[in-house]
Design a protein around this ligand. Structure first.
Ligand code: AMP
Ligand code: MG
Length: 412
C-alpha cells in the first residue's frame, strides 16, 4: 500500500485497467450509405480503388505549354481549350499553347502550366512574362494525394464529418461499419420524478438519466432507456434481468452507496459478479463494475456530478473499446496556473470543475464554484477538469495543476 492508499478504495489507474481487461469489441457489421455513417466505427480498412487525383490536372487557370517552346516576346497561338470535365483531345501542333482551367486534364506532352496572371493575350497569341519554368509546375500529378491501393482510413476509425468527403473522393457510396453497442440504462430512487411531472414533497427530478442518455449517444453507442425504477429489490431484479438480455452493457445510477435503500450492489452480487466497488476518485467513490450473465455492468453513483464524471472518465473508454473504436484517445492533460485554491485531502484522485483560458500565452484555470457532488452547476459551467493527484493536499492559488480538457463528447 502506498502512502495515500485508503483501505477498500481502488486506485483509479487500477480500476481503469480492470474496466478494459475483459472487453472484446462487437463484431456484427452493417453496410451504410456514407452520409449516414457518421458516428459509426469502420469494420474494415478502406483502401483506395483508384488514384486521387485520377489524372494529371492543372492547379491554376492559365496556359498549358511545352517548356522548350516558351520564349520571351514570342507569342504562342492558342490551339484549343482544356476545361474541367472536358479535356483537350485534339492533336497539339508545335509552338502553340492550350488554354487550361483549374482541375482540367493536362494535355499529353505538356510539362508546365503558366498562370494567366503571367500571360498577355493578343491577336498573335499568348506572350508569357514568365520564362524560367520548372518541370511540371502547376501540375497536380495523378495519385498525388492517394495512390490506388493505399490505406485511406483504417479499421477502428470512428467516422466524423472529416471522413465523409475522403470516402466520397474514392467513389465509395457505402461503408461497412460495426453495429453500435447497446447500453441499457435506468435510474433508481423513490424520490425521482420524470420531467413533466409535478414534484411532491421530498421529490426531485431525475436528471441523471437524461445526461447519461446524451453521453451514451456521444460515445457512439445506442441507448436503451428503461426509465426510473423505485428502490424495490423485486422490481430492480426484474429490470436487471431484462436489461442484461437486451443490451451489451447495463448502466445504472444511484443505489450503490451504503444507505438503507441502496440495493444495486447486492442485486449485482446475486445475479452476477462484482469486479470492484469503491474507487479512490472524487467525486464518484461508490462506482461499481461487474458482470451480469449476458452483459457488462457499470453502477454510477446517484449524485449528479459523480454520475456524470464517472460515466465520462470510466465508462467512456470501456464503451470505446466495446465499439471497436481502437483509435480512441484519452482526453488531453496540460499544466496550468490556478487562480483559485482547491480544497483537497490526500487519498483520492480529484476531478474539480473549472474554466481554463489563455493569458499572455499561459494556460490559467479557475474553479467554477461549489464543488459538491450534488451541485451540477459547476459541471455545467466548466470547460475542463482540474485533476488533483491522489497524494496531493490542499492547493493554493498560484500553484501549477494539471487540467484535463473536455473531449468532443462534452464540448462544443
Ligand atoms: P444514492 O446513490 O441513490 O444514494 O443517491 C445519492 C444522491 O443522488 C441523492 O441525493 C439522490 O437523491 C441523488 N440522485 C440519485 N439518483 C438521481 C438522479 N437520477 N437524478 C438526480 N439525482 C439523483
Ligand atoms: Mg437512491
Amino acid at each position: 500500500m502506498g502512502c495515500c492508499d485508503v483501505p477498500g478504495l481502488m486506485p483509479l489507474e487500477d480500476a481503469q485497467q480492470k474496466l478494459l481487461a475483459g472487453i472484446q469489441p462487437v463484431t456484427d457489421t452493417l453496410t451504410l450509405p456514407i452520409a449516414d455513417a457518421v458516428g459509426y466505427v469502420l469494420a474494415e480498412d478502406i483502401r483506395s480503388p483508384l488514384n486521387v487525383p485520377p489524372f494529371d490536372n492543372s492547379a491554376m487557370d492559365g496556359y498549358a505549354v511545352r517548356r522548350d517552346e516558351v520564349m520571351a516576346n514570342q507569342p504562342l497561338p492558342i490551339a484549343g481549350r482544356s476545361m474541367a470535365g472536358s479535356p483537350f483531345d485534339e492533336p497539339w501542333p508545335s509552338n502553340t499553347c492550350v488554354r487550361i482551367m483549374t482541375g482540367a486534364q493536362i494535355p499529353s506532352g505538356c510539362d508546365a502550366v503558366i498562370m494567366q496572371e503571367n500571360a498577355t493575350v493578343s491577336d498573335a497569341g499568348v506572350t508569357f512574362n514568365e520564362t524560367e519554368l520548372k518541370a511540371n509546375q502547376n501540375i497536380r500529378p495523378i495519385g498525388d494525394d492517394i495512390r490506388q491501393g493505399d490505406l485511406a482510413l483504417a479499421k477502428g476509425t470512428r467516422l466524423t464529418a472529416r471522413d465523409i468527403p475522403m470516402i466520397a473522393t474514392l467513389g465509395m457510396a457505402t461503408v461497412m461499419v460495426l453495429r453500435k453497442p447497446i447500453v441499457a440504462f435506468f435510474s433508481t430512487g423513490d424520490e425521482l420524478q420524470p420531467l413533466g411531472n409535478e414534484l411532491a414533497a421530498g421529490q426531485i427530478y431525475d436528471s441523471n438519466r437524461y445526461g447519461i442518455k446524451a453521453l451514451i449517444e456521444q460515445f457512439g453507442c445506442e441507448p436503451l432507456d428503461l426509465g426510473i425504477i423505485p428502490d424495490n429489490p423485486k422490481q430492480l431484479t426484474a429490470t436487471f434481468m431484462h436489461a442484461q438480455q437486451a443490451a451489451d452493457v447495463v448502466l445504472t445510477s444511484g443505489g450503490v452507496s451504503v444507505g438503507e435503500a441502496d440495493y444495486t450492489k447486492d442485486i449485482l452480487g446475486q445475479l452476477g459478479e462484482i469486479n470492484f466497488w469503491k474507487l479512490a476518485i472524487k467525486p464518484g467513490k461508490p462506482f461499481a463494475f461487474g458482470t451480469l450473465p449476458n452483459a457488462w455492468f457499470c453502477g454510477l453513483p446517484g449524485n449528479p456530478v459523480s454520475a456524470f464524471i464517472t460515466c465520462y472518465v470510466l465508462v467512456q473508454p470501456l464503451l470505446a473499446k466495446l465499439a471497436g473504436h481502437t483509435q480512441w484517445q484519452p482526453p488531453i492533460t496540460i499544466p496550468a496556473i490556478t487562480r483559485s485554491g482547491f480544497k483537497k485531502s490526500p487519498g483520492r484522485t480529484d476531478y474539480q470543475r473549472a474554466i481554463y483560458y489563455i493569458e499572455n500565452g499561459q494556460f490559467v484555470v479557475e474553479s467554477t464554484g461549489n464543488q459538491s457532488s450534488g451541485a451540477f452547476r459547476s459541471m455545467s459551467l466548466a470547460n475542463c477538469f482540474v485533476v488533483l493527484e491522489r497524494e496531493r493536499g490542499r492547493v493554493e492559488a498560484g500553484e501549477t495543476v494539471n487540467i484535463e480538457l473536455f473531449n468532443a463528447s462534452i464540448s462544443a
